[in-house]
Design a protein around this ligand. Structure first.
Ligand code: PEP
Ligand code: CO
Length: 449
């Protein structure tokens, strides 16, 4: 058996099960060729890093740390530029600084980045002006343009996804370890932003306080190495199982399997069937795993996810990313948390306040209200406070660019503004100012819990 087919064969048990949301490639041989080639490529992450993130997520699950996970709904190949990547990272670093300082909690930083190219869709086709075409499923599958040609699934795109992920991760690693993320740069991250925005000004004040604290520490003779770099991890939805399998490798140290396309992977709301291929795939790899839980999730299902994905009850292995909607979370979450806690499992509970709060504006733009996002986070904190459990983190869709995709926020975006800079390839994202607003408000909630 050669190395290529070995890599494909090692995590293939899912192939016997129904796999939702997979593209229908017109040319099976072209898919096989692309997957074989991918199987020979070097890993994007090291298994030891996945273990480290699992251990960090263990701290989140135990109530000792807070997860900040964020990035685009869908990354695009065109978005792989220094400017876009830097802006996204900067936003996450600023949010991380706000949460760490204002909430006094260690923050585990994970991007929806370097692999978030595949989208589950609620409908297989899209109709515009009487023309019906296959729906756009992310740059890893087909093209965004509304033409017959662009919408054909093309397996060559899987290799482009790998390359786009590799170059993104390379720059992220350079920024986070090469000096850009040094805590003494807290002001620099804000430079192009501060004058124009209330959240930027609020951030500037906090950055001054951080500076004072750092100066005080230096004057006392301590200047820790930890401040010079940032631990930052990648994550994406493990949707395309051909790709994720091609990137699954046996760890030479332990013989365990890892999906080395990303540090953390998650299973989406539409592919979390207990008897389906995605859960089977995830059950075989050692990465930290997230599962999105929508409003119909039952406590029984949650317990079965634990059984399937975390049989050893290892804190950090499993994260429940709850996305119920602001109007449902207070009703639906308590039973899940209660029964999971009673079972003795220690999972990380994280809120995704985006996906349950999407609506279509009169202009036709898919959007979200900042106040609904905030209200779902509030509901999440309230539930955990009343049960004495730990609100482990937030999972958000954001960008570093000044887009107009979600309405509201301190630097308010109105419904009539949406058309101005509506750039997302999929769901509406918080812009930089809204993201910072959210970080300040979450820090307050965390302090008050
Ligand atoms: C997403 O995270 O972009 C997504 C599609 O989420 P969900 O699976 O929760 O709907
Ligand atoms: Co989304």
């Amino acid at each position: 058996m050669n190395a290529d087919s070995h890599a494909v064969a090692i995590n293939a048990t899912w192939r016997d099960l129904p796999a939702a949301q997979q593209p229908e490639y017109p040319d099976a041989e072209a898919l096989r060729d692309a997957v074989d080639e991918l199987s020979s490529y070097p890993p994007l992450v090291f298994a030891g890093e996945c273990d480290q993130l699992r251990s960090r997520m263990g701290a989140v699950a135990r109530g000792e740390a807070f997860l900040l996970q964020g990035g685009d709904c869908a990354e695009s190949f065109d978005g792989v530029s220094a400017e876009h990547i830097r802006a996204k990272l900067k936003t996450l670093l600023q949010m991380g600084a706000v949460l760490t300082y204002a909430a006094s909690v260690p923050v585990v930083k994970v991007g929806r980045i370097a692999g978030q190219y595949s989208k589950p869709r609620s409908k297989p086709t899209e109709t515009r002006d009487g023309v019906t075409l296959p729906t756009y499923r992310g740059d890893s599958v087909n093209g965004f343009a509304f033409t017959e040609e662009a919408r054909v699934p093309d397996p060559q795109r899987l290799k482009r996804m790998y390359n786009a992920s590799a170059s993104t991760l390379n720059l992220v690693r350079a920024f986070t370890t090469g000096g850009y993320a040094d805590l003494r740069q807290v002001h620099a991250w804000n430079q192009d932003f501060v004058k124009s925005s209330p959240s930027g000004q609020r951030y500037e004040q906090l950055a001054r306080e951080i500076d004072n604290a750092l100066n005080f520490m230096r004057a006392c003779g301590t200047d820790p190495e930890e401040f010079k770099t940032v631990e930052f991890y990648s994550s994406h939805e493990a949707l395309l199982l051909d790709y994720e399998t091609a990137l699954t490798r046996e760890d030479s140290r332990t013989g365990s399997l890892y999906d080395v396309s990303s540090h953390m992977i998650w299973i989406g709301e539409r592919t979390r069937q207990l008897d389906g291929a995605h859960i089977e795939f995830a059950s075989k790899v050692r990465n930290p795993i997230g599962i999105k839980l929508g409003p119909t999730t039952t406590a029984e299902e949650a317990l079965q996810y634990i059984e399937r994905l975390d049989p050893d009850r290892e804190p950090g292995r499993l994260t429940f990313i709850v996305r119920m909607g602001a109007d449902k979370i207070r009703d639906h979450l308590p039973e899940l948390v209660e029964k999971v806690t009673a079972s003795g499992a220690t999972v990380a509970w994280v809120t995704d306040p985006m996906h349950g709060n999407t609506f279509e504006a009169a202009s036709g733009h898919k959007t979200r209200r900042f106040d609904d996002v905030l209200d779902e986070v509030k509901g999440f904190f309230e539930v955990h406070k009343s049960l004495g459990t730990h609100p482990g983190g937030i999972h958000v869709e954001l960008t570093g660019d000044d887009v107009t995709e979600c309405v509201g926020g301190g630097d308010e975006i109105f419904v009539d503004d949406l058309h101005q800079r509506y750039e997302t390839a999929c769901d509406p994202r918080l812009n930089r100012s809204q993201s910072l607003d959210l970080a300040f408000l979450v820090a307050e909630m965390y302090r008050d819990q």
